[in-house]
Design a protein around this ligand. Structure first.
Ligand SMILES: Nc1nc2c(c(=O)[nH]1)N[C@H]1C(S)=C(S)[C@@H](COP(=O)(O)OP(=O)(O)OC[C@H]3O[C@@H](n4cnc5c(=O)[nH]c(N)nc54)[C@H](O)[C@@H]3O)O[C@H]1N2
Ligand SMILES: Nc1nc2c(c(=O)[nH]1)N[C@H]1C(S)=C(S)[C@@H](COP(=O)(O)OP(=O)(O)OC[C@H]3O[C@@H](n4cnc5c(=O)[nH]c(N)nc54)[C@H](O)[C@@H]3O)O[C@H]1N2
Ligand SMILES: [Mo]
Length: 764
């Protein structure tokens, strides 16, 4: 495909020195503390760092922009509810180095595109709005008013509002997200793709259908009280480190933990709590009682094997299933059981890649306990059969009556710190009619109920020139999405690409004909408006809404808050036609919350409730056995054993996060918990698979994926022998997004299948 050199998405092909060591036995602990202090002092003044650490995830403080793991309702560590990777996330945002006119005059877009993501990320915080005119080689400064005018001219020139795409990444607060979707809907489209489409969309889809709510059902307290917690397809040691503290508590209360993962992830195997000096000295807790080294995408098979054995025991002895719960609260049991009987236990177990001995241990725990929680993340959601994966977990919970009672339920662990809240307040390309009706009643315009573009649809529409303006509220679209070259062409086809961002990223360099960078305040910064310093609010992974308020002075005087950016854009675009008084909101965010309280279910008395120090829980039907599905009951589902067969020589590849990155932001080149240092272009392979291909550790290989007759290539990766099941391999995202076909996604949810990419490996 011909991409103009300016728009070509480059990847660093140069190797740095690679060094791998034995996997460390413990995660977190001393080295984590050392590492986080090291990170902070690299980027910011130590006094600021101290101020931040004390306020992070504290009542009245700011919400860590790292993950969405909840904070304890009651006692919080006085050291700060922080973790190593949370500290990295804030150090990255709160760094004192800034970039503006001088930086962009010195470096052309072309030059910047040749930098690695790591180098781009290190350049500093964006300090002023920048504009790239058509044909220009360098970004140049633009004032805010002119920037808003530019966007409005493009939007108003479109023949149809559906020619614009409005992306959101999940850090945007409830206030900014609500206004953003309101602007988009009043402008006339529902093209609101968001990072959730690439993340937990499959969970939302499966849970809404089966349990009537697209969110998890458990609270932190449930987790402490569970008898069995299954952590499947998730790497909390790196991505949700504070979850390990909760799991430690579960264990202390007698609960058992099962980790189902192709990799023996360090945090799950052994963990030392950085906030507990006694633990530091004595060497940590073994978190997982049982480790299940599942083959990639072997989860439906494994859970079916469990379901089959449970059924066998139920038929033999009875009392295995919670019949009272099943009769009163569920629908579809008979059809589910007769479907289940068509599967063969041995075939399922074999497809999962798990030995009978490990299976028996897991089975015993599930058979003999009734308070079960299942936690999961991207290891389940990024497959073509992702929705089936999650529905099968729900079947297990329903059989055991393990939902809507203390110590039991679903726990999809969200990624971005407010990705769940964004959806709650209306960032949704297919929002329910009831929500749209509320908007109409409140504001007096009729939002379209046409299904808008999700991420994949948006890429196709831009590629086909059906969409011409792209606006990104945060995020790094080009690096996050699949099929990098196709997607780069899609963005290059646009008339205008706009990014509201805190940091420079690759999406600012793969532009439409014209481009804008609109720099905004981050979570850690004070938000000064006419009525005083503003606080905002977010929703965590367990449905608790609480405040977040920055503590540092903004890194530049020329930043606007996301709320102010949206108000400015909306005001410039919709002008006197608008039914909404845009500019009043930015002066006082209480007014935004008053509107949210009227429009979004569960937010009555929003401003008042936010005054409770730990925030408030949103209503959650599944938590109290009120299943708001089409049938009014919790639904059993029939899920097929995925029939995928690798061709000769093919491997199945998952694209995962290293310990030193936040999605597309690369903090460093190490992956300490997996014993890899100073390199990201590596492929973890089973040692037998290496032997079969005559490969040695550190050999350089090219990777090819073939899908529907199209070959995609990513070159120059170093082989690392690892404890990963046969026929499976792993690489880091975003380097291998190039290999993820746009058309390979979860059925119904459209989550890109970036954990099951079939590839072949070619020695260079
Ligand atoms: N520090 C840090 N924190 C983060 C992020 C970050 O990048 N850095 N990202 C945030 C975001 S947006 C998200 S969504 C979450 C992501 O959190 P995770 O989902 O934990 O992230 P991944 O690295 O994608 O890890 C997926 C895990 O699933 C396993 N896995 C892969 N395929 C399969 C499979 O087929 N079956 C099973 N059972 N397991 C499988 C992998 O081995 C890996 O352990 O983290 C959030 N928190
Ligand atoms: N192959 C593969 N692809 C994946 C995944 C995978 O596992 N494998 N994971 C997917 C998942 S789970 C997700 S969530 C997506 C992530 O996709 P995105 O959310 O689009 O990506 P991020 O890397 O989180 O975005 C980082 C950028 O956000 C901006 N930013 C940071 N903080 C703020 C803020 O407060 N306000 C604003 N306006 N901007 C801010 C900065 O400029 C930063 O460069 O990627 C997906 N892509
Ligand atoms: Mo995510």
């Amino acid at each position: 495909m011909a991409l103009s050199p300016k728009n070509k998405a480059k990847t660093p092909e140069e190797f740095l020195k690679i060094e791998t060591t034995q996997r460390p036995k413990n995660s977190v602990g001393f080295s984590a503390i050392k590492n986080s202090i090291g990170q902070v002092s690299k980027y910011m003044k130590i006094t600021d760092a101290f101020k931040l650490a004390k306020k992070m995830n504290q009542k009245g403080g700011f919400d860590c922009p790292g993950c969405a793991w909840p904070d304890p309702d009651d006692e919080r560590s006085s050291l700060g509810e922080f973790c190593e990777n949370g500290i990295k996330a804030i150090a990255e945002e709160a760094q004192s180095k800034t970039i503006g006119k001088d930086f962009f005059t010195k470096h052309s877009v072309d030059e910047l595109s040749s930098w690695s993501d790591f180098e781009i990320g290190k350049s500093g915080r964006l300090a002023e709005p920048m504009f790239l005119p058509e044909g220009a080689t360098h970004y140049q400064p633009i004032d805010w008013k002119a920037a808003f005018k530019k966007v409005s001219e493009h939007l108003n020139a479109l023949k149809n509002p559906d020619e614009a795409v409005f992306y959101t990444s999940g850090r945007t607060t409830n206030e900014a997200a609500f206004l953003y979707q309101l602007f988009v809907r009043e402008y006339g489209t529902s093209n609101l793709p968001d990072c959730s489409n690439m993340c937990h969309e499959a969970s939302g889809s499966a849970l809404s259908e089966t349990l009537g709510i697209g969110k998890g059902s458990v609270t932190l307290d449930d987790l402490y009280k569970a008898e069995v917690v299954i952590v499947v397809g998730q790497n909390p040691g790196t991505n949700h480190p504070r979850m390990l503290t909760a799991l430690e508590k579960t264990k202390k209360n007698g609960g058992k933990i099962i980790a189902i993962n192709p990799l023996p992830e360090a945090g799950l195997i052994k963990f030392t709590n950085p906030q507990s000096p006694v633990k530091l000295m004595s060497g940590g807790t073994q978190i997982a009682d049982i480790f299940v080294p599942i083959t990639i995408n072997g989860d439906v098979a494994f859970f079916k094997a469990i379901l089959l054995k449970l059924l066998e025991q139920e038929e033999l002895k009875g009392n295995v299933f919670d019949k009272v719960f099943i009769n009163e609260f569920t629908q579809g049991y008979d059809a589910f059981i007769s479907d289940l009987k068509t599967y063969d236990f041995n075939e399922c177990l074999e497809a999962s890649g798990i030995s009978k001995a490990i299976f028996d241990e897991v089975f015993d725990l599930i058979l003999n306990n009734n308070k079960i929680i299942i936690c999961w993340a991207m290891g389940l959601t990024q497959h073509e059969n992702a929705v089936d994966n999650i529905r099968e977990l729900v079947n297990l919970l329903l059989l055991k009556g393990s939902i809507g009672k203390e110590g039991a339920g679903t726990c999809p662990v969200r990624g971005h710190s407010n990705v769940q809240g964004d959806r709650t307040v209306g960032i949704w390309e297919s929002a329910p009619q009831a929500f749209l009706d509320k908007i109409e009643a409140k504001y007096g315009f009729k939002p379209t109920n046409k299904h808008g573009y999700s991420v994949i649809d948006a890429i196709k529409a831009m590629y086909q020139e059906k969409a011409k303006v792209f606006i990104g509220m945060g995020g790094n679209f080009i690096s996050a999405v699949p099929d990098t070259f196709y997607s780069a062409q899609a963005l290059a086809n646009c008339n205008l690409t706009v990014h509201v961002s805190t940091k420079l990223n690759r999406s600012h360099l793969v532009t439409g004909k014209e481009a804008l960078i609109l720099p905004c305040l981050g979570r850690t910064e004070k938000d000064y408006q006419k009525s005083g310093i503003q606080m905002q609010s977010v929703e965590n992974s367990m449905g608790v809404v609480h405040t977040t308020k920055g503590v540092l002075e903004p890194c530049s005087d020329n930043l606007l808050s996301e709320v102010a950016v949206v108000c400015g854009l909306a005001n410039a675009t919709l002008r006197e036609k608008s039914k909404v008084k845009w500019l009043q909101y930015q002066d006082d965010y209480n007014l935004v919350r008053e509107d949210i309280a009227e429009v979004v279910a569960g937010f009555t008395d929003y401003n008042k409730k936010l005054k409770q120090p730990a925030g408030f829980y949103l209503p959650n039907g599944a938590r109290i056995r009120q299943f708001k599905t089409k049938t009014g009951k919790a639904n059993f589902s029939k899920n097929k054993l995925p029939k995928w067969q690798l061709k000769e020589n093919e491997l199945i590849m998952m694209t995962i996060r290293s310990h030193d990155q936040f999605n597309t932001t690369i903090y460093g080149l190490d992956d300490r918990y997996r014993g890899v240092y100073n390199e990201r272009r590596i492929i973890f392979m089973n040692r037998e698979d290496m032997k079969l291909r005559s490969l040695e550790t550190y050999d350089v290989v090219n990777l090819k994926s073939e899908y529907n007759g199209v070959t995609r290539e990513a070159n120059s990766f170093k082989v690392v022998g690892y404890d990963i099941p046969k026929n499976c391999c792993a690489t880091y995202f975003p380097e291998t997004n190039i290999l993820v076909p746009l058309d390979s996604f979860a059925h119904t949810a459209k989550t890109p299948a970036s954990k099951s990419v079939r590839i072949t490996v070619h020695k260079v």
